[in-house]
Design a protein around this ligand. Structure first.
Ligand SMILES: O=C(O)C1=C[C@@H](OP(=O)(O)O)[C@@H](O)[C@H](O)C1
Ligand SMILES: C=C(OP(=O)(O)O)C(=O)O
Length: 425
């Protein structure tokens, strides 16, 4: 048994194709949207296929602190009962390093009648939220953040302001999703309009609109950068959450790297999440393209970057500057940790990541008997993606493997179920 997880885990390359059936957990993005929308709806909503992980547990706990009943009848369901109004919590709401929960709630609590402090952990306190706070302020919400990052203090009046609200989603699409989701609570229509640069991962906004509609919202897209939201509020719903596409990328990559066959029980074209686009690129391994634009599948970049190290030809990842403000600076983390496996295996060029690639990497490093200790920076995706390198290279040792629990608590057990041996280091 791996539980409790050790402080470091060495992956033993299986030396054979990985074959088996794995059900990825529910989508983090959709679970945290559905939890919030159910909390803003009057009545009881049943969410099934949900993710239970650190990020969704923190969202559920925050909603409970604001008067919502969130029950957990089994490992993949939430039953949410609400009056449709969030109440002021007795204490600051703590959201760890959950970007979705922090950004979505910062806007949602503008509908509370009272003061809410939205806070996160040390890493979250470095992740920018100023564009969202500024947009709320310009719309008339009393929201402040001393540092441009959490904590944020929101003094709500019990009503979200109607009218036009402008937002620069260049740094994070979550700001746009956050405003869209609170908008049906106004007493007149709200137009959410993009300013400045386009949003990176537009697919996440599409996910938001789809979830809003499932909970009764009326959203009209006026043009590429403007959405009009009717003052309908939300109604409770029974909502099925699809599996997590970002989690699926590790399985697609494990399959590609080992020449295996892993049945996820869901076709790659059945996902509505943006990261599912990575499947077509991963399927081209070991002939992945020379340039990969990661802007529309940002959370899949760590997976593809580690895979690229074993590709036939070098890969340059472009359109990924937002990766610098995720759980850690992922461009720097990927470059540093790939180069720990072999010096020069990756480097940064501006905000691009260039992976030198070496199809013979596993053979070249085969005789090596020392451990390569991969720093994971409290970032689940760095931990999970570098475990893939351990399927081919001896001695890959993942520090703080428990950080995978942010979105995929069963990750190490899943690898074990496919026959991958791991030992504490
Ligand atoms: O809306 C969402 O569910 C998400 C949007 C993306 O973040 P940004 O919009 O900050 O790029 C993504 O990286 C994150 O994991 C989930
Ligand atoms: C960036 C991520 O998460 P979030 O922004 O929701 O913390 C992620 O899951 O890769």
């Amino acid at each position: 048994m791996l539980a409790p997880l050790p402080s470091a885990l060495t992956i033993i390359p299986p030396g054979r194709p990985l074959v088996g059936r794995v059900s990825p957990p529910g989508s983090k993005s959709i679970t945290n949207r559905a939890l919030l929308l159910a909390a803003l709806a009057e009545g009881t909503s049943h969410l099934t296929g949900a993710l239970k992980s650190k990020d969704t547990t923190l969202m559920a706990a925050a909603l409970r602190h604001m008067g919502v009943t969130v029950e957990e009848p089994d490992a993949t369901s939430f039953v949410v009962t609400s009056t449709g109004k969030l109440l002021p919590p007795a204490e600051p709401i703590f959201l760890g390093n959950a970007g979705t929960a922090t950004r979505f709630l910062t806007a949602a609590v503008a509908s509370v009648d009272g003061t809410v402090v939205v806070d996160g952990d040390e890493e979250m306190r470095k992740r920018p939220i100023a564009p969202l706070v500024e947009a709320l302020r310009a719309a008339g919400v009393d929201a402040t953040s001393a540092t441009g990052c959490p904590p944020i203090v929101v003094n709500g009046t019990g009503r979200f302001p109607a009218g036009r609200i402008e937002i620069d989603g260049g740094l994070s699409s979550q700001y746009v999703s956050a405003l869209l989701m609170v908008a049906p609570l106004a007493d007149r229509p709200v137009d959410v309009a993009l300013t400045g640069s386009d949003i990176g991962a537009r697919g996440y906004v599409d996910l938001t609109v789809a979830a809003m509609r499932a909970f009764g919202a009326q959203v009209e897209q006026l043009d590429a950068g403007t959405w009009r939201i009717a003052p309908t509020g939300y109604r409770a719903a029974d909502y099925v959450i699809e599996p997590d596409a970002s989690a699926a990328t590790y399985l697609w990559a494990a399959e590609a790297l080992t020449g295996g066959r892993i049945d996820l029980g869901v076709a790659s074209d059945a996902f509505t999440q943006p990261d599912a686009k990575a499947q077509a690129i991963i399927a081209r391994f070991p002939n992945m393209p020379a340039i990969i634009d990661g802007s529309q599948m940002q959370d899949a970049v760590p997976t593809m970057a580690v895979l690229a190290a074993f590709n036939n030809t070098p890969v340059r990842f472009v359109g990924i500057s937002n990766l610098r403000v995720k759980e850690c600076d992922r461009i720097s983390a990927l470059s540093t940790e790939l180069s720990r496996i072999e010096p020069g295996l990756a480097h940064e060029e501006g905000d691009d990541l260039v992976v030198s690639s070496n199809p013979d990497l596993a053979n070249r490093l085969a005789g090596r008997n020392h451990l390569t200790r991969i720093e994971t920076y409290a970032d689940h995706r760095i931990a999970m993606s570098f475990a893939l390198a351990g399927l081919k290279v001896q001695g890959i040792t993942i520090l703080d493997p428990a950080c995978a629990g942010k979105t995929y608590p069963g990750y190490w057990e899943m690898l074990k179920s496919l026959g991958v041996e791991m030992k504490p280091a």
